[in-house]
Write a protein that binds this ligand. Structure first.
Ligand code: MGD
Ligand code: MGD
Ligand code: SF4
Ligand code: MO
Length: 777
């Protein structure tokens, strides 16, 4: 890094460092001498961005440990769903450092990414909520726990009495533990009497859950860690793996380098993984069923499908064969821009590989037809016979730290009890009625997206939100803001006074993941322990304890003394978790579900013998061409497709990652990636402010002119950097996937215009680097 770069701050610094890093990666790869990747820059990131004092402290922590001065706690990362485990070194309530202990880290071994390793400034932030808050005459005042709980119970009770239980909506949190989420669904169903409970899995991988449940049975990844490390081939669709799942990316890249594995990347942006891939295909956003069905057609047409597997283990092949007929290479090229030779090369390699892992994330799911994309992918995997072996499988990379377990397995969703047992199945409901001692609602509830639309129509009047920041993460911010403001009553339970919480009538202070005990479940279904490494600030309480307090005030005395006792109840009612106890996890480290009883070892790879369907076979369904509702690339007024997503250093609405000064020095302002040809056509230059306008609203952001996106696509991160710069001002809340109800976040029609130089001077730079890395979020 040059001195000049060191001096560059904020976005400019980030951009030049990122460019330099990308360049050095390419150079190293080309001469074959080294293999360095962005996420391995954890140490150099620290050296570049952290104060010497902080680095000393981290080093001291380790030597202090030898003197037994420092606490060491093994726990699981609270950011993403890779499920990295590490030891946290802490002293006097402060996180000093993080070091993976490979013996206790089956997924990550010695690796972590910058967030898991360094982003802990938020824990001791002065902005942490420490006491319940009650709003009076528009202002918050501190309240006792007793008063706050009483108030929530009175208000929710009143709405229920007047308008019925279904006038209430509960949003649970994929950030919190399995135990906390189990109690949230119990609270909604047993105490409030509604199935209107959901969480951010809806905005994310709900199409994966819907698509995989129908085809192979479980709404989860089928392959284990071995497959990521040893497969012969990868299909990587709509996943910016190096930035969003860095530690998994490392495993895949290592396998490419060491064993010559093939990887086929399909993405509208030339993301870093494209450099490591056998082939990168730049797809037009929103038409993924087309190239996937094109691959399936080519494979069947050329007799490359696995007849024996299809015959023995699947149903629906003939329908799929017929359904894919129209997806000729020419048709695929016309619709998706993938040339016939790329399609052929990918199809032949995938079909002939000994094993293949099919990886995808939001580029496939966050569409108005996300479920069809996932079903198409499952079909492709099934016709090639690459499911249900130790090195092959379906691998959606899940998102939030506990979205697999807390967001799905534990049943905080409108149609499922824990363990994907249906609320509409009489026998199942009776089992839970016996356990909970009340009649339970028998009708599916509303999803998060439906809850907001229902609130707009006054059908939902009161909401309880745990650990989500919907004002920035839901589509169409202005609409969300209006709806939240219009609620009769809102309670928010968070670790910060988020902008969602500011709209609340009562705010409850929760513990962060490093302050709590329980379990998280990784993307690969590994259930792992989470432990309290530091004491929580002030009067903040664990999420599970708060829910138990609420239930008690409503007259339901659950009497759990700790999360381990909650897990005992989960074991009893949830067959896939039946044998997973805290005691076992303490000894065994991690157990992948399904784990049917205390003697069962857990299941790293699903479907080795049969699929989780009534007849034990996988069910294939044909899918059609399904383009995005929003984007019509020929629309004169909105000629570009906006896609939104993530960057390595930031995490979602930034409540935690924005408080890390090192991270803020990398990314502190919103930007739009624009192709050079598009920029030239519109008269836009690099690092100039531009206005991005959709049918919903406009935002002003910095242009980053780069060949990453195609000419008709721009990319804007979804992260929060200040009130004006929020991608969800532009997105649409109406175009939902018909089965999963995920919004079409990945395609929004937009236009961009340069901001006049005069107004550029005064253009918002809402959270200019202020040195302390905090915002008013
Ligand atoms: N650093 C960081 N890591 C995170 C998170 C974070 O906030 N920050 N969040 C976590 C969460 S909750 C999630 S869900 C995951 C998300 O992980 P990803 O889904 O990998 O993250 P996104 O940035 O949304 O990337 C989606 C990718 O899809 C591509 N894409 C967009 N449209 C299309 C399309 O139509 N077709 C195809 N084939 N590709 C398309 C984009 O170019 C991008 O490369 O990340 C998790 N990890
Ligand atoms: N445009 C666009 N929008 C998107 C996406 C996109 O790609 N594009 N992605 C979508 C996806 S995949 C997701 S997952 C969502 C994420 O959307 P959100 O879940 O709303 O985003 P987060 O910032 O992770 O919010 C989590 C909240 O939980 C709080 N929190 C953290 N730990 C704890 C805890 O232990 N207890 C409690 N009670 N609170 C805690 C944090 O302070 C924060 O306020 O965004 C979605 N929105
Ligand atoms: S890859 Fe995910 S789980 Fe691992 S350290 Fe990074 S944020 Fe945490
Ligand atoms: Mo997500």
């Amino acid at each position: 890094m040059t001195d000049d770069d060191t001096e560059k701050k904020g976005v400019a610094g980030f951009m030049s460092r990122a460019k330099e890093q990308a360049q050095s990666t390419t150079e190293k790869l080309e001469d074959g001498s080294a293999f360095e990747a962005l996420e391995h820059a954890a140490e150099s990131f620290a050296a570049n961005t952290m104060s010497e004092g902080k680095l000393f402290e981290t080093a001291d922590a380790v030597s202090d440990y030898r003197l037994k001065d420092v606490d060491v706690t093994d726990t699981t990362c609270g950011y993403c769903a890779v499920g990295c485990r590490f030891d946290i070194y802490s002293k006097d309530g402060e996180v000093l450092g993080v070091r993976p202990n490979p013996e206790k880290a089956p997924i990550n071994g010695i690796s972590t990414c910058v967030k898991g390793k360094f982003s802990y400034e938020y824990v001791n932030s002065e902005d942490r909520l420490t006491q319940p808050l009650i709003k009076e005459n528009g202002e918050f005042r501190e309240a006792s726990w007793d008063e706050a709980i009483k108030r929530i119970v009175a208000e929710l009770g009143r709405i229920k009495e007047r308008h019925g239980a279904d006038a209430l909506g509960v949003i649970s949190s994929s950030r919190t533990s399995n135990e906390a989420n189990y109690l949230m669904q119990k609270f909604a169903r047993q105490v409030l009497g509604t199935n209107n409970i959901d969480n951010c899995n809806r905005l994310c991988h709900s199409p994966t859950v819907a698509g995989l449940s129908q085809t192979v049975g479980f709404g989860a990844a089928s392959s284990g860690i071995d497959a990521f490390e040893n497969a012969d081939c990868y299909v990587m669709a709509g996943s910016n793996t190096t930035e969003a799942h860095p530690v998994l990316a490392t495993k895949i890249k290592q396998n490419i380098k060491d064993n010559g594995a093939d990887a086929f990347v399909f993405d509208p942006r030339k993301i870093q993984m494209a450099q490591f891939a056998t082939q990168y295909s730049r797809v037009k956003p929103g038409y993924d069923t087309v190239w996937i069905n094109g691959l399936t057609r080519y494979i069947i047409e050329n007799d490359l499908h696995d007849e024996e597997f299809i015959e023995e283990r699947t149903v629906g092949f003939e329908e799929v064969k017929e359904g894919v007929e129209k997806f000729t290479p020419e048709f695929v090229e016309e619709k998706t821009n993938v040339p016939p030779e790329e399609l052929k090369n990918a199809a032949e390699t995938i079909a002939k590989a000994d094993s293949c892992v099919f990886c995808w994330t939001l580029g496939l799911t966050e569409h108005s037809h996300g479920t069809e994309n996932v079903i198409s992918m499952a079909n492709l995997a099934l016709v090639t016979g690459h499911v249900g072996t130790e090195k092959s499988g379906l691998a959606p990379f899940r998102g939030q730290n506990n979205v697999q377990g807390g967001g799905g397995d534990m049943g905080p969703t409108p149609g499922n009890f824990p363990g994907y047992q249906k609320v509409t199945t009489d026998e199942t409901r009776e089992k839970f009625e016996d356990a909970y001692g009340v009649d339970l609602p028998d009708k599916r509830g509303l999803t998060v997206t439906e809850q907001f639309l229902a609130a707009d129509d006054d059908e939902i009047r009161g909401m309880f939100v745990q650990g989500e920041n919907p004002i920035y993460s839901e589509p169409n911010l202005n609409h969300t803001d209006e709806i939240i403001t219009g609620l009769d009553f809102l309670a928010v339970q968070d670790i910060f006074l988020t902008d969602t919480a500011k709209h609340a009538d009562v705010v409850l202070p929760a513990n962060a993941s490093v302050e709590t005990n329980g379990t998280f479940t990784s993307s690969t279904r590994h259930v792992q322990l989470v432990k309290r490494a530091v004491d929580p600030p002030g009067n903040a309480k664990p999420d599970w304890e708060i829910t138990q307090k609420l239930a008690k005030r409503f007259g339901y005395d659950w009497g759990f003394r700790n999360p381990s006792e909650i897990m005992d109840e989960i074991n009893e009612l949830t067959p896939i978790y039946a044998g997973i106890t805290h005691e076992r996890l303490e000894i065994e480290g991690s157990i992948p579900w399904p784990c049917w009883d205390e003697d069962h070892p857990g299941t790293p790879n699903l479907y080795l013998d049969e699929f989780n369907t009534d007849d034990g076979k996988a069910h294939m369904f044909p899918t059609d061409v399904s383009g995005p509702v929003e984007a019509d690339m020929d629309d004169e007024e909105f000629p570009l497709a906006l896609t939104t997503g993530r960057v390595l250093y930031q995490y979602h609405t930034g409540t935690m990652s924005n408080r890390e000064p090192g991270i803020r020095s990398y990314t502190d302002e919103l930007f739009a990636e624009i192709h050079p040809a598009t920029a030239e056509k519109l008269g836009i230059s690099d690092e100039e402010y531009v206005k991005v306008t959709s049918r919903a609203d406009s935002i002003t952001v910095l242009a980053q002119v780069t060949e990453r996106p195609s000419e008709d696509v721009i990319f804007v991160p979804m992260h929060y950097f200040g009130d004006d710069g929020i991608a969800n001002r532009l997105t649409d809340a109406e175009h939902l996937d018909p089965q999963a109800h995920v919004p079409e976040y990945k395609v929004t029609d937009v236009r961009i215009t340069p901001v006049e130089s005069e107004s550029a001077q005064s253009a918002p730079n809402p959270v200019a680097a202020d040195g302390n890395g905090q915002n008013d979020n």
